[in-house]
Design a protein around this ligand. Sequence first.
Ligand SMILES: Cc1cc2nc3c(=O)[nH]c(=O)nc-3n(C[C@H](O)[C@H](O)[C@H](O)COP(=O)(O)O)c2cc1C
Length: 325
Amino acid sequence: MKKLFDLTRIGSLSLQNRIIRSAVTDRTFDGYISDSIINNYEQTASGGVGAIVTGTTLVDGEEKLLPVTALCSDSFIPGHKRLAEAVRKHGVTIISQLAYIGSYTATGDNGGLVTLAPSSVPNIVTGTLAREMRAGEIKLLQKRFADAAVRAKEAGYCGVQLHCAHGLLLSQFMTPHYNHRNDEYGGPVENRARMITETYSAVRRATGYDFPVWVKINSSDGIENGVTEDDVYYLAKTLASMGVDAIEVSGNWTPYLLKSGAYFKAAAEFIANENSVPVILTGGNRKFHEMDAILNETKIGYFGMARPFIREPGLMERLRREAGA
Ligand SMILES: Cc1cc2nc3c(=O)[nH]c(=O)nc-3n(C[C@H](O)[C@H](O)[C@H](O)COP(=O)(O)O)c2cc1C
């Protein structure tokens, strides 16, 4: 029988339990890590969570005016070093989530930021109209992800997670609504998945094959002309066969608006059954007995939680009590 508080490994990483604090954006006005951000992480780590995925961290200097943390140049490394140390000293795995936000950024005064996208299609949530990326910009952005991953490694993170979900740029490439390209990055799923698989390969090449790389993917988009189940399973299978260390299964553009528990369980279960990669199910996990049942009835091995960590500082203590651990 598997338990939520089993000591397990994801690749080379040891986790003291199967609960993962999913990414929650860290607000900062200049991209740098502040003391209050570090204090928040340290508080979460001290509760004894298995791993923490940081909030979206920008890889591209062009997006640096957005009010979230960045790793788009070496000047950001010292702050991340302090953050990684503050978490690791509690025996908690810390993963840096890397992202290019793109047209999901709100319109308004963004300092003349040029927003890039697979195709020039207004964003359903924000209305932002991005410019279609040129071939050279695609390769350049892949390099930016790789460079940021190298900085994350230097800062002492245990690994990185590529944010390929929630309508951010990497997930837009998968989505027919946003991707109208007719080059090798558009059309059939093999092409729409290429931006993600090439970015993954670029990160692997740059960081070395022993540095953990996780991905967070959309199992559904929740819009017309979004990804199909087959698209998602193709992407998961391809990434698993390429050696990705863990797949976090999320979905939609606003996953926090969904109501009923463990929204993406069916897709996560299928991915876990079909591939030997560790699968993290995220979204709506709330109750110990529900997670315990999923753990023992499926091959899903990990549970991502975001809002419960925000509103219940004693979350891990309660779960430990309920688990009798
Ligand atoms: C305030 C807030 C900020 C978030 N920021 C991020 C983020 O930076 N990156 C990300 O992948 N998901 C982000 N999410 C989504 C969560 O990681 C998670 O997928 C979602 O909230 C569903 O999980 P939950 O039901 O446990 O909250 C955020 C969610 C919230 C509520």
